[in-house]
Design a protein around this ligand. Structure first.
Ligand code: F6R
Length: 233
């Protein structure tokens, strides 16, 4: 399968991606999956400052840490602080994960059902240093669905960088199979630290050891990379 790689200078990255995201969300009825973390932060800030409007959009949160609700490193808290609280109005609908329920398997099933109602028009993703997408850690099968996952040590460290005061051992995530059913996928990648894993994902073997390598199976994927992240392509 082919994929588009759009390489942008670091100083234009947020502006450009925010602009195309705004064009997309100006179309009413969009169903979007959104990630959190460091990569989308400047895009979200620029999107919100530029009048981004999700009042016609349904937003699905890509994944969530098994952390106590309310903490700053929770994905729902990051999405709120980095994007939603900066908008003039909330999205038409926001679908997040209840990690406090005793039946997490049912919660993941609910997420699959909600997505299946109309599919995802666009899944925005970041890539972890270990090649994960969402919390689909190395070893995740290509046909995986939304589920509870054990976190890789690098992902637990990531949660600490996001301000977690406890170490999450698990999370819930849309599966790789779920994500591959989205009509479009955008992978956002910035910074030199991601250059090696991005090259592996796009040019190395397709393997569960690098979950992002499976994105190449999708017919409509755009990789938005800054020059540093694209330096090994
Ligand atoms: C976050 C997520 C993760 C991150 C990835 C990169 O919702 O799903 O897969 O996209 O860990 O994180 P940053 O952008 O912080 O380097």
């Amino acid at each position: 399968m082919s994929f588009n790689v759009r390489v942008l200078s670091a100083d234009r990255f947020a502006d450009r991606v925010a602009m195309v995201l705004k064009e997309r969300t100006d179309e009413p009825g969009q169903r979007l999956c959104l990630p959190t973390g460091s990569t989308p932060k400047p895009v979200y800030a620029t999107y919100a400052a530029g009048g981004g409007d999700l009042t016609g959009t349904t937003v699905f949160l890509l994944d969530e840490f098994g952390l106590t609700p309310g903490g700053p490193a929770r994905c729902d808290a990051m999405l709120d602080a980095d994007l939603l609280a900066r908008l003039a109005a909330p999205p038409a609908r926001l679908v997040t994960w209840d990690t406090t329920t005793p039946d997490l398997t049912a919660e993941c099933g609910r997420m699959e059902e909600e997505i299946a109602e109309g599919g995802l028009d666009l899944a925005l993703l970041g890539i972890g240093m270990n090649g994960h997408i969402g919390m689909n850690e190395p070893g995740s099968p290509v046909d995986s669905r939304s589920r509870v996952v054990d976190l890789h040590p690098a992902t637990v460290e990531g949660a600490a960088r996001y301000g977690a005061d406890e170490a999450p051992a698990w999370g819930v995530t849309l599966g790789i199979g779920t994500l591959l059913e989205s009509r479009s996928i955008w992978l956002l990648v910035t910074g030199s630290a991601k250059a090696e894993i991005l090259a592996k994902a796009l040019k190395g073997p397709e393997t569960p050891q690098v979950p992002a390598s499976f994105l190449r199976r999708h017919g409509d994927i755009t990789v938005w990379a800054d020059e540093e992240a694209a330096s090994q392509l």
